[in-house]
Write a protein that binds this ligand. Structure first.
Ligand SMILES: *Cc1c(COP(=O)(O)O)cnc(C)c1O
Length: 391
């Protein structure tokens, strides 16, 4: 038997803070607890039928059974460009400014390999999607944490970043609408980010996975709508959340052609692209009618309203989300994010995610995902009320 030693990059991964929660959850489930799981950022609704039907037809075509092209079918990239034009009035060249991804996580995780040398800095928002610092670590880069604080509307404070850090920074991740805080960003914020990036030669990677999951008719903007964005960066996008397609693994990156080419170079050496049948179904997905999408939004909005109303009655301060399917709430005094999650789990059978799991600046918060029916969310609120002595 050989001795298996993990590489340093694996051993230096941050501790997986959700592991203890997963264990608690499994134990509760095996005890038969009627658990209301609000910890999962994965739509509970099925993929719309017209997309599934398109996939069935596409799967039968022998042409799709062979290796796909690395950068994605031109027809898929054209339909991404058409979608950006129609949704954001942004013009993209499908040949050079669009790249298909095996889900956006894949592209986000790989992009530091293209641009970050060992010792280079990547600016990473926190709390945030764990893939930003992990992709950085795998490339030998150093994450500089940009804390997202409530008093700054969960936007990074660029003025707080030291000059020597900016000098060493190669890449900056941003994510609006934001997971986990549900914050959105304005054109003015992106302008500020673009000016900073232009001044210090930093590539901006904006993760827009939640741009279509919005409420009250307030449509989030694309980073690429802002003047100069394409000079400094790219936007990651995904069909996962918009069309309930997390299992299909289809996303894309768009924007600066040199950055797109760099990511493409890494990918062509590591993977062989997205199953063409999935891309063909993706074309159909991107043409989905507004009525289907607003139907999905209405479902989440109804859930959000039930949850926010309940938490408000409880006196829990809550930022009513304008986008995403997350609620980011401060935990009551006397708890930290982990002890409150454990308390709710054990006493109410309601599972949230501890904010600290998204990075130290997330301490003091809990994230609830609106991925259960409105009835179950109502039930969760009632249970939380009785635990807090407010029933
Ligand atoms: C869900 C999510 C994604 C999308 O991931 P896919 O790999 O496209 O499924 C990207 N970024 C964030 C912040 C997310 O929460």
């Amino acid at each position: 038997m050989i001795k298996v030693h993990m590489a340093d990059r694996v051993r230096s991964l941050p501790p997986y803070l959700f592991a203890a929660i997963d264990k608690m959850k499994q134990e509760a489930l095996s005890r038969g607890v009627d658990l209301i799981d609000l910890s999962i950022g994965d739509p509970d609704l099925p993929t719309p039928v017209h997309i599934v039907e398109a996939m069935k037809l596409a799967a039968e075509k022998p042409a799709h059974h062979r290796y796909p092209s690395y950068e994605g079918m031109l027809s898929f990239r054209e339909s991404v460009a058409a979608w950006y034009r129609q949704r954001f009035a942004v013009t993209l060249d499908p040949k050079t400014e669009v790249l298909s991804l095996i889900g956006s996580k894949e592209g986000i995780g790989h992009i530091p390999l293209a641009f970050v040398n060992p010792g280079d800095v990547v600016l990473v928002p926190s709390p945030g999607y764990p893939v930003y610092p992990v992709g950085t670590l795998f490339a030998g880069g150093e994450s500089y944490i940009m804390p997202l604080r409530e008093e700054n509307a969960f936007l990074p404070d660029f003025k707080a970043i030291p000059g020597d850090v900016l000098k060493r920074a190669k890449l900056m991740f941003l994510n609006y609408p934001n997971n986990p805080t549900a914050a959105t960003a304005s054109a003015d914020f992106f302008k500020e980010a673009i000016a900073l990036a232009a001044q210090h030669n930093i590539i901006i990677c904006h993760d827009a996975a939640y741009s279509e999951m919005y409420y009250d008719g307030e449509r989030p903007i694309s980073f690429l709508e802002v003047d100069g964005a394409k000079d400094v960066g790219i936007e990651f996008h995904s069909l996962s959340k918009t069309y309930n397609m997390t299992g299909w693994r289809l996303g894309f990156a768009v924007g600066n052609k040199d950055v797109i080419a760099g990511l493409g170079k890494i990918k062509s050496n590591l993977d062989s692209g997205v199953f063409q049948a999935v891309q063909e179904a993706g074309i159909v997905a991107l043409q989905t009618g507004e009525s289907v999408l607003s139907g999905i939004r209405d479902v989440y909005q109804g859930r959000r309203d039930v949850f926010c109303a309940g938490l408000k009655e409880l006196g829990m301060p809550i930022n009513r989300p304008k986008a995403t399917f997350y609620l980011w709430a401060r935990v009551p005094s006397g708890f930290d994010s982990s002890t409150f999650v454990t308390h709710l789990m054990n006493k109410a059978g309601v599972l949230g995610t501890p904010g600290v799991g998204f990075g130290t600046p997330g301490e003091g918060y809990i994230r609830f995902a609106l991925t259960q029916s409105a009835d179950r969310i109502k039930e969760a609120v009632e249970r939380i009320k009785s635990v807090m002595g407010k029933a």
